[in-house]
Design a binder for this molecule. Structure first.
Ligand code: PEP
Ligand code: MG
Length: 870
């Protein structure tokens, strides 16, 4: 017989896989001697067995549950159906990886028409007993039978309206008894049967539903979004109830040991007196900050603060705690590593290192590389902000600033985002797990109700999406699809700007700033640099991009695409003059002018580099990319160049190619128009020699694109080297320099041992290499790639994540062959996937020397490189 059930005393924190995160932590807390209500966990294996058994609890499992309940009864001295000491339990889901709010929970199992009286007598609190019972009826009806929450809420709202009440707390015993009757009538009406009075039946149905909730739609969406495997299953925790709604000396709350938005070290949380768990997270009543507990119940606050500290030391991480106070006694219901914003994650990791709780290596491993992109949060541009007035404020639930068009339902937000490619802002009274799909696509989230731990706040922080919640002066009307913000009426699709860092809203659109690296991230990136073997360079071709990249910690430039420098208007004109010239003589004047401009560009980049390596690639794209194409354009350009439009049309036609990406581009241009590469060499070396005159030594790295063979590389290399040597002679000076090749043609990879004989370094151009290995045009994949991924023909877009099996095999072969010829050969990756964390693990494994990626991905790549090496 398989063991499916573990009393809390038998588990520990290392049993997450089997007991789920919640179960493992309840067990751990129990064993730490903390005040945890007794209970047991039904394992994730039981969940998987449940699915194998056609969504039924097996006889074996039923039997084990009966015995576990009997043992629990004996331990706590309470039994199901007892008229003197009734046992009430909660039934909660809990997977190995936390999925907040995605699966179901039922509280107060064990209440029925008899035990509600017993509970009232026992606690001398009738109101509390009926309040608990109506909660069970609603939760059970919703979770087990799918009756909508609104059906139950409607009854309460109607009663409150009829009686003129403001809050749920105004409901009297009599009201609650009436509500219980009406709730029971809903069962009859909707299901044609009674609410099950037998606690054991309730328990089994609840367990059944929690197992089933593992596969509900929102849980599936969440798992997809977060890469959580769907065969883990959820555990179920059955635990004796303690009551936060037993009177004014009772309450319930959630707290983090550090601020989950900023990472600041201070107890951070909220509680509600005379309330049950769901009230705090549901955002229906606005809770009190935990600080106020210090004055209202100092003894409990101290006890809680001590436990919080103990748990943080024990788990060596920020904790998310749930607690309940029952008649002045504190109980811990949950401890788990708290969800946090990427900003907080980095600050906490860095702080825990200085508090000597974790090592630098652990700090690096705790941060998801992609998440740091979100730390480089945009803020609103200060000047633009000064011209706008704050229209309303709420709680700063998740930092960052964003502008977008407002939508009131997850569905309409998703539709506007998917179909019309709009930047959307989801604006709601409050959010619930059903809204997840709309939240994922939103630039920002705004709610009128709820606190810092409301669903909207927690989920937005987890996703790194700016959010302002509990906004005063915001009314949302779902029927008319309008919102009123401090008297201003907004309609669906109107623009709104949200500052989640400070909790402010502005009407209209506001410009956001460039991104920056904060001190904590800079510290972490420094540590990552020490731990990584791979270097991280930037693909940058302007001083502005390079400066940004350096700000993000780049080691230098791994790829400067020189053609990008030709697209400014006055340069384009000279480039066009160059291309339409029919011979070397005609190319002389435009080349001379371009030389001056390029020399200036390289001078700037070298100056900024302060000794860091800069790799400059010679001209790559097909020439006709620079030429006008339609008649109108040709006419205009001909006028600019002061030539005959017919002649220009003829030249454009002559340069036209059927497959330009496979055509006259890259080093093929060097063979037919050597003077272009010679000009670029003069510009590069001219800039370096100019700096030499100023006392700054530069070692130029020159990269040849599109090489196929040793013979071709050798030809181009001779061209380059001869030109350089001529310049050195003329200048009477010398500099160290290297001439390497892009590895982006499959043939070059297949013959890398030979190509290496005439190359000082390799750098994989994975964009072209992927294009040519698959035979996919990199500019046209949009038409079929999504279908290939959806059908599972490709696991991912190979232009975003390396195709290990095919492209990866070619790369590995090229690395091995290249190093066979030159053991010390430096080898980089400068295609788009150079900044992709998964790909970086592969590059580490095959022995690549460095990666190069867009400036914003530098911090991501740096962390991934460190993690790949650790
Ligand atoms: C590449 O092909 O991967 C590359 C870096 O060059 P480009 O994208 O400029 O063709
Ligand atoms: Mg390329």
């Amino acid at each position: 017989m398989m063991k499916y059930i573990y009393p809390f005393e038998e588990g520990n924190k290392d049993m997450r896989q089997l007991l789920g995160g919640k179960g493992a932590n309840l067990a751990q807390m129990t064993n730490l001697g903390l005040p945890v209500p007794s209970g047991f966990t039904i394992s994730t294996e039981a969940c998987n067995a449940f699915y194998e058994n056609h969504n039924q609890l097996s006889d074996d499992l039923l039997d084990q549950i009966h015995r576990a309940i009997a043992a629990l009864s004996a331990k706590v001295g309470k039994t199901f159906n007892s008229s003197t000491a009734p046992l009430l339990v909660s039934v909660r889901s809990g997977a190995a990886i936390s999925m907040p709010g995605m699966m179901d929970t039922i509280l107060n199992i064990g209440l029925n028409d008899q035990t509600v009286i017993a509970l009232a007598n026992l606690t001398a609190n009738e109101r509390f007993a009926y309040d608990s019972y109506r909660r069970l009826l609603a939760m059970f009806g919703n979770v087990v039978y799918g009756i909508s929450e609104a059906t139950f809420d409607g009854v309460i709202e109607k009663r409150k309206a009829d009686q003129g009440y403001q809050s749920d707390l105004d409901l009297t015993v009599n009201d609650l008894q009436e509500i219980v009757s009406e709730f029971k009538a809903i069962y009859q009406k909707e299901l044609n049967h009674e609410f099950p009075q037998d606690p054991t039946d309730q328990l089994m149905a609840a367990i059944n539903s929690v197992f089933e909730s593992w596969n509900n739609h929102r849980a599936q969406v969440y798992r997809r979004e977060n890469d959580i495997p769907s065969d883990l299953g959820t555990a179920v925790n059955v635990q004796m109830m303690v009551f936060g709604n037993a009177g004014e000396d009772s309450g319930t709350g959630v707290a983090f040991t550090r601020d989950p938005a900023t990472g600041k070290k201070q107890l951070f949380g909220e509680y509600l007196l005379n309330a049950q768990g769901e009230d705090v997270v549901a955002g229906i009543r606005t809770p009190q900050p935990i600080e106020t507990l210090r004055s209202s119940m100092p003894h409990l606050y101290d006890q809680f603060a001590t436990i919080a500290e103990k748990l943080e030391l024990h788990y060596r991480d920020m904790q998310d705690l749930e607690f309940t106070i029952e008649n002045g006694k504190l109980y811990m219901l949950q401890a788990r590593n708290g969800k946090r914003t990427p900003t907080a994650a980095v600050k906490i990791a860095v702080d825990l290192v200085s508090e000597k709780l974790i090592s630098k290596q652990e700090a690096i491993m705790r941060i998801k590389p992609e998440s740091v992109q979100a730390i480089l949060y945009p803020e609103f541009d200060e000047q633009a902000l000064a011209e706008n007035k704050i229209v309303a404020s709420g709680l700063p639930a998740s930092p960052g600033a964003a502008t977008g068009q407002i939508y009131f339902t997850a569905e309409s937000a998703k539709k506007a985002h998917d179909d019309q490619h709009r930047k959307v802002i989801l604006i709601r009274q409050d959010t619930s797990p059903e809204d997840i799909e709309g939240m994922v696509v939103s630039e920002a989230i705004v709610t009128s109700r709820g606190g810092m731990t409301s669903h909207a706040a927690v989920v937005a922080r987890g996703m790194g999406t700016p959010a302002t919640v509990g906004v005063n002066g915001l009314q949302v009307n779902y029927q008319t699809k309008t919102a009123t913000i401090s008297g201003n009426q907004l309609h669906e699709g109107d623009w709104l700007s949200v500052d989640g860092t400070h909790g402010n809203l502005y009407l209209g659109q506001i410009k956001t700033t460039d991104l920056t690296v904060n001190d904590d991230l800079a510290t972490l990136l420094d540590w990552a640099k020490d731990e990584a073997r791979l270097g991280v360079y930037a693909n940058a071709d302007t001083p502005k991009d390079f400066a940004q990249a350096l700000n993000f910690g780049a080691d230098g430039i791994g790829l400067a695409r020189t053609e990008h420098m030709f697209f400014k208007p006055e340069r384009l004109l000279e480039m066009r003059r160059l291309i339409i010239a029919e011979d070397a003589e005609g190319r002389k004047t435009p080349l001379k002018r371009l030389l001056e401009m390029q020399r200036g560009d390289f001078y700037e980049l070298y100056k900024l580099s302060k000794g860091r390596s800069v790799t400059i690639r010679l001209l790559d794209p097909p020439l006709h990319e620079f030429l006008p194409h339609d008649e109108k354009e040709i006419k205009a350009v001909a006028a600019q160049l002061e030539i005959d439009p017919d002649y220009l049309a003829q030249r454009v036609d002559a340069l036209k190619e059927l497959n330009p990406m496979l055509g006259h581009r890259g080093d093929r241009l060097a063979v037919t128009f050597p003077d272009i590469y010679q000009m670029q060499i003069q510009a590069i070396m001219g800039a370096a020699l100019q700096l030499l005159d100023e006392g700054i030594i530069i070692e130029p790295h020159i990269m040849i694109p599109l090489t196929d063979s040793k013979a071709e590389m050798s030809w181009v290399r001779d061209l380059v080297v001869n030109q350089i040597e001529d310049l050195f002679d003329a200048h009477n000076a010398k500099l160290e320099y290297t001439v390497g090749t892009m590895m982006e043609m499959p043939r070059a990879c297949l013959t890398a041992d030979k190509v290496a004989e005439v190359s000082d370094f390799f750098s994989f151009g994975t964009n072209d290499l992927t294009q040519l290995t698959f035979g996919y045009s990199r500019d046209d994949v949009g038409s079929f790639m999504p279908a290939y991924i959806k059908e599972g023909i490709l696991p991912a877009d190979p232009f975003q994540t390396v195709d290990v099996e095919g492209v990866g095999a070619l790369m590995k072969m090229a690395v091995d062959k290249g190093r066979f010829t030159k053991p010390q050969l430096p080898i980089g990756v400068c295609g788009e996937i150079g900044g992709d964390p998964k790909s970086i693990h592969f590059f580490e494994a095959i022995g690549v020397t460095y990666v190069s990626c867009s400036p914003f991905r530098v911090p991501v790549a740096r962390l991934a490189a460190a993690q790949a090496h650790l």
